[in-house]
Design a protein around this ligand. Structure first.
Ligand SMILES: Cc1ncc(COP(=O)(O)O)c(C=O)c1O
Length: 547
């Protein structure tokens, strides 16, 4: 009976004409009127989005050219600078990379600031510092002598991405779609990368390769290695107050930049679906491939574990659940900042995760379990994995040489993920048939100064200390501080987004509802890379660099 275009007088006369005169009915009529006004407001605001929106959808999609002049400028510039953009399909399956690019990569180092290193944004780089091509995704399976459990724990290694962390992928997933749709002019815009570390580094690296000026924003207490590398690569570096979990301060800086620097485009990884789309498409498939590689006759892919920072990496779980519907997707966080577990807050030492809020891009309906890991356990195991005495102890207790040689490929959050895997295996009574796959976003290479600080603080590492650390922190990990999420728990976590995204970051509450209510919205979001690939191919055709 009511339409969106009815006005208040019409409502009143409708009420009278239909003899709706009692208070209850009038309230109902007014409610309908307010709903209709809200809908009109949403319809109007839809028109203001620069990106196109699908019918019946309010979340913006990046699937059309927004400004063809800006796009042409980018094409001309990239032709001149020799920048070719890889497709998501090529990052997923580098066999598709043209031979002439592969040939040139043979003389290019993994971290070199060379535009062709965009073709090394993949899990499948040969583990080589110079001239590597492609093989299987990089991973390590941890033996029972190390983990103490029967369930199999496999760790994907981000170390073999340029910059030593997979965040170059998340950053590419954000920047490339803006370029191919003519929203970002590399000759004018600067790309702002707010993060607690690796995403800044990935963004700055990709920017350099894509001939874009980068602005990195990160908390002042992050490790020295992160700051010095960013400065070396020529990014403008802005340090915000606090540590790992002071993300609000980073957001405040972003708003200041948005207000005052028109040439800056902020790529906020916590709200950019390009981040989660990259992981869905690239990490998701890589994990599936690793599972196929390790699976035995009776194996099952039982859990995928990801520590959540921006909740990009955990989106690989969304892909995996389309293949293994019974899979548990587990989000880990620091016990010192248990936001998902108990709306908690606090500083912690697991760099890269746990930012006292729920990222906009986190599809919480697809997260089954939350675990909180004591950061002290991570720091003790960082020493065990990287000190000579630690290896001596582990070797004497049955850990093979090959595994020992790879333990330095796992950074602090990766150690947290292993502990989360142990908790998950113990909680769900998993056996040797159960395969748990998790992620080491980066390696110990990023935490040299942390190891030095630990030695300065606690004295030289000893075999006795190694024994204590292994027993207590690995074998002694118990299925506490974790939650097997019910529908209500998931919804409570999703609702927590309100306070960051609606109250502080000016998102539309209807979009928040859509992310929960519309069962088609996440598949649609994750289907964008197919369209981006078409546009990337067209872009490369127009630069003519692949001819
Ligand atoms: C070391 C480390 N671990 C884990 C994460 C979390 O990954 P995501 O942001 O995809 O949730 C990050 C993110 O930057 C990180 O740098």
């Amino acid at each position: 009976m009511f339409t969106n275009h009815i006005d208040s007088t019409e409502y009143y006369s409708l009420a009278v004409n239909t003899k709706i005169v009692n208070h209850k009915s009038l309230i109902l009529v007014l409610k309908s009127f307010i709903t209709s006004i809200t809908k009109q407001k949403i319809n109007q605001s839809n028109r203001e989005y620069p990106t196109s929106r699908k019918p019946n959808s309010m979340i913006p999609f990046t699937d059309k050219v927004v400004d063809s002049e800006v796009l042409q400028k980018a094409i001309d510039r990239y032709r001149e600078k020799g920048v070719i953009l890889p497709t998501f399909a090529q990052m997923q399956n580098p066999e598709l990379v043209p031979d002439k690019i592969k040939e040139k990569l043979k003389t290019i180092g993994l971290w070199d600031l060379h535009p062709l290193n965009l073709f090394r944004i993949t899990w499948k780089n040969e583990p080589k510092a110079l001239g590597g091509l492609y093989g299987k995704p990089n991973y390590i399976e941890l033996p029972k002598a190390l983990t103490g459990i029967d369930a199999r724990i496999v760790v994907m290694l981000g170390k073999w991405f340029p910059t030593g962390a997979h965040k170059v992928g998340a950053a590419y997933g954000c920047l490339a779609p803006r370029i191919i749709t003519g929203q970002f002019d590399p000759s004018y815009h600067k790309a702002v990368w707010p993060s607690t570390g690796n995403y800044c580094r990935g963004g700055a690296f990709d920017s350099y390769l894509m001939d874009v000026t980068a602005v990195a924003i990160l908390p002042e207490e992050m490790s020295k290695e992160r700051f010095s590398w960013l400065r070396e690569i020529g990014a403008e570096v802005i340090a915000t107050p606090g540590c790992e979990s002071n993300v609000k301060e980073i957001y405040d800086k972003c708003w200041e930049i948005k207000r005052t620097r028109k040439d800056c485009m902020v790529f906020n990884q916590f709200e950019e679906f390009g981040n989660s789309c990259w992981h869905y498409e690239v990490t998701g498939h890589a994990v599936e491939e690793v599972y196929k590689d390790v699976a035995g006759k009776d194996s099952q892919m039982s859990a995928y574990i990801s520590a959540t920072g921006s909740a990009g990496t955990i989106a690989a779980g969304d892909y995996l659940r389309t293949k293994f519907p019974h899979l548990k997707v587990v989000a880990s966080e620091a016990l010192q900042c248990p936001t998902l577990l108990r709306n908690g807050f606090g500083g912690h030492r697991i760099e890269g995760i746990g930012d006292k809020h729920v990222p906009w891009i986190h599809n919480v309906k697809n997260t089954n379990v939350v675990t909180a890991i004591d950061d002290e356990y991570c720091m003790r195991l960082l020493r065990l994995f990287n000190e000579k005495e630690g290896h001596e102890y582990l070797a004497a207790n049955g850990v093979d040489r090959e595994t020992l040689a790879k333990l330095d490929m796992i950074g602090i959050s990766g150690i947290g993920n292993i502990l989360s895997a142990i908790k998950t295996a113990k909680h769900f009574d998993m056996t040797a048939d159960d395969v748990i796959i998790t992620i080491a976003t980066d390696s110990a290479e990023m935490y040299g100064s942390r190891l030095e600080e630990l030695t300065a603080d606690r004295g030289k590492y000893t075999v006795l200390q190694a024994a204590k650390d292994h027993e207590k922190c690995m074998f002694g990990t118990t299925p506490d501080y974790m939650k097997d999420l019910t529908y209500d728990d998931q919804k409570a976590i999703h609702n927590l987004k309100y306070f960051t995204w609606i109250e502080q970051q000016e998102k539309d509450v209807e979009d928040l509802r859509q992310l929960w209510d519309d069962r088609h919205i996440w598949p649609k979001i994750f289907s964008q890379p197919a369209r981006w690939d078409e546009m990337i191919n067209e872009f490369n055709d127009r630069t003519g660099l692949l001819k």
